[in-house]
Design a protein around this ligand. Structure first.
Ligand code: BGC
Length: 250
């Protein structure tokens, strides 16, 4: 079986895809990015996914991430995407737009966590790890010795009267012009709540802002160790490609 797969990460601003070499988790060729259509309805997004695949000239199996709970092939939440996703049969949707091929759909943070466990920091593969992505929202993946418990969605847990992702996503930092110090304080509150509830052995923090981890990870205060993800923005696409190859269907 070929070790080459294709992953697509559907985000609020861009739909990004690349061919992935599963021997090492690296991209083959350039990453393709098309702006997310607005409104980001299921049909408009699926048509853009089809365009990414056309541009890449890829007609094999494909893995696709969505910022949504995915269970039994159905999207069950829509915090930062069009509400019309809720209740959408994603397998039917993508087969209609992408033709007869294997399609695996999973949550974006779950995909990123799987990729980190496979190709990132070795610490992601042992113990009870909470992997978090900081972006428009806060995504989460629960990993036990590298195995995924999907759809944890703890970015929506209430932390001191406010949803975690409304308190400490990187979008909040940008929108409110928070300094690293002020933002790290909010992230710390979120992590302290998570450790009280779940007692993980480690937090791994990812998402675009983890590229600047040295500016904020040392400022965090909680009892659990916190390290930065190694895969940064690549993780969603790589995890999607893994899901296609391994036929992961949460
Ligand atoms: C969504 C999650 C997603 C996260 C990061 C949250 O608002 O509910 O499904 O993983 O944002 O995109």
């Amino acid at each position: 079986m070929s070790n080459i797969s294709f992953g697509i990460d559907v985000g609020g601003s861009g739909i990004k895809g690349a061919k992935v070499d599963l021997a090492n988790g690296e991209f083959i060729g350039d990453r393709i990015k098309i702006l997310t259509p607005q409104p980001a309805t299921p049909d408009a997004v699926a048509e853009t996914v089809a365009e990414v695949l056309r541009q890449a000239e890829w007609d094999g199996p494909v893995g696709i991430t969505l910022p949504s709970v995915i269970r039994n092939h159905t999207a069950r939440s829509a915090a930062n995407i069009d509400p019309s996703w809720i209740g959408t049969d994603v397998t039917e949707l993508f087969h209609r737009h992408l033709g007869d091929r294997k399609v695996s759909v999973l949550n974006d943070a779950d995909a990123a966590g799987l990729a980190e466990a496979a190709y990132g920091t070795p610490e992601a593969r042992s113990g009870s790890v909470i992997f978090l992505t900081f972006g428009t929202g806060i995504g989460s993946a629960f990993l036990m010795d590298g195995n995924l418990f999907p759809n944890s969605e703890i970015g929506h847990l209430e932390v001191a009267g406010k949803e975690a992702e409304h308190r400490a996503s990187s979008a909040v930092k940008e929108r409110e012009g928070l300094s690293w110090k002020k933002w790290a304080k909010q992230v710390s509150k979120v992590l302290q709540t998570y450790e009280k509830l779940f007692s993980p052995s480690l937090f791994i923090v990812g998402g675009g802002i983890s590229r600047k981890h040295e500016k904020w990870v040392p400022l965090l205060s909680c009892d659990t160790p916190v390290i930065a993800a190694e895969l940064k923005n690549r993780a969603g696409i790589v995890g999607a490609a893994m899901a296609a190859h391994e036929d992961i269907q949460p």
